[in-house]
Design a binder for this molecule. Sequence first.
Ligand code: UT7
Length: 331
Amino acid sequence: MTRIRAAITGVGGYVPEYILTNQELETMVDTSDEWITTRTGIKERRILKGENQGVSVLGIAAVKDMLAKTGTDPKEIDCVIFATVTADMTFPATANIVASAVGATNAFSFDMGAACSGFLYGLSAGASYIQSGMYKKVVVIGGDKMSAIMDYSDRTTCIIFGDGAGCVLLEPTTEEVGVMDSILKSDGAGEAYLHMKAGGSRMPASHETVDKRQHFVYQEGSAVFKFAVTNMADVSAQLATRNNLNADNINWLVPHQANKRIIDATAQRVGITEDKVMMNIERYGNTTAGTIPLLLWDYEKQLKKGDNLLLAAFGGGFTWGAVYVKWAYNS
Ligand code: UT7
């Protein structure tokens, strides 16, 4: 029997207009453009401003962009998966809101919470739906409105994160392209180093949680950094080895944009030179689940059918993983 693979057949993206520069951050916390640039590689990030503007705004714009570019009828979409940790509300799922807003009225939809690795988890799940033969069009969105959970008086976190979303369309193919292989991992011991204390069922919102500033990202940066460098590089090397991928036949490394130093370490481990590493951290910062689809969106025109892409991420949970994608089209 012919094997069905899940091909990425379209990409969409959206970043909000407002640009928060390192210079503006210098007026908010005790930091400097020089420190942020050398320690993270970030120059600016985008922020979604305005009342009642949730992450769905970013997801809807990204999906509309993809639908327009691919000429897809939203009624034909079977499933919408939204990877995010900044859902509009605890429930309903933001994916439900996005699906309705874009006219995907025949789709089932749900959110995926795996922090910075969320898009890779969603991509893997969506690809499995396609490979099963049950579904023909799956949209996977990764995006976050990190500014909603950022303490802009905490210089160790607020300089890193930004807002944005990207998405891909997955469709079946019998060609040797698409999502080829993946390794996904998680370790709940990571909770101690990266979490948001309040607002969930363990510690619901109260005056006290607000007073104690517990509705913001808590991150022990240098500890997370060490786990990220080791695990993202390990899993990338493991996936490369088992698919006979190496410096010569990997066309692009597509790494989660958390810190340029983590990206450089991963590239070095897999032996990939900088010209083959997708990078936009200097413009968008860390958009959590948004970084990888936003890279695909930014680099889409440079991708050719048959290119080997190694996607890799590490984030809260801890969660981490790598996905091997063979690009399916020329733009
Ligand atoms: O995306 C998912 C997961 N997240 C990550 O992967 C993030 C991983 N972590 C990181 O990217 C880095 O750890 C940070 C960018 C968060 C911090 O960089 P670092 O090189 O690990 O700095 P550090 O936390 O070890 O702090 C070094 C120094 C400290 O000062 P002292 O104690 O040496 O005097 C900090 O107080 O830098 C200071 N510092 C700052 N200085 C100026 C921390 N943040 C800032 C800042 N501006 N914004």
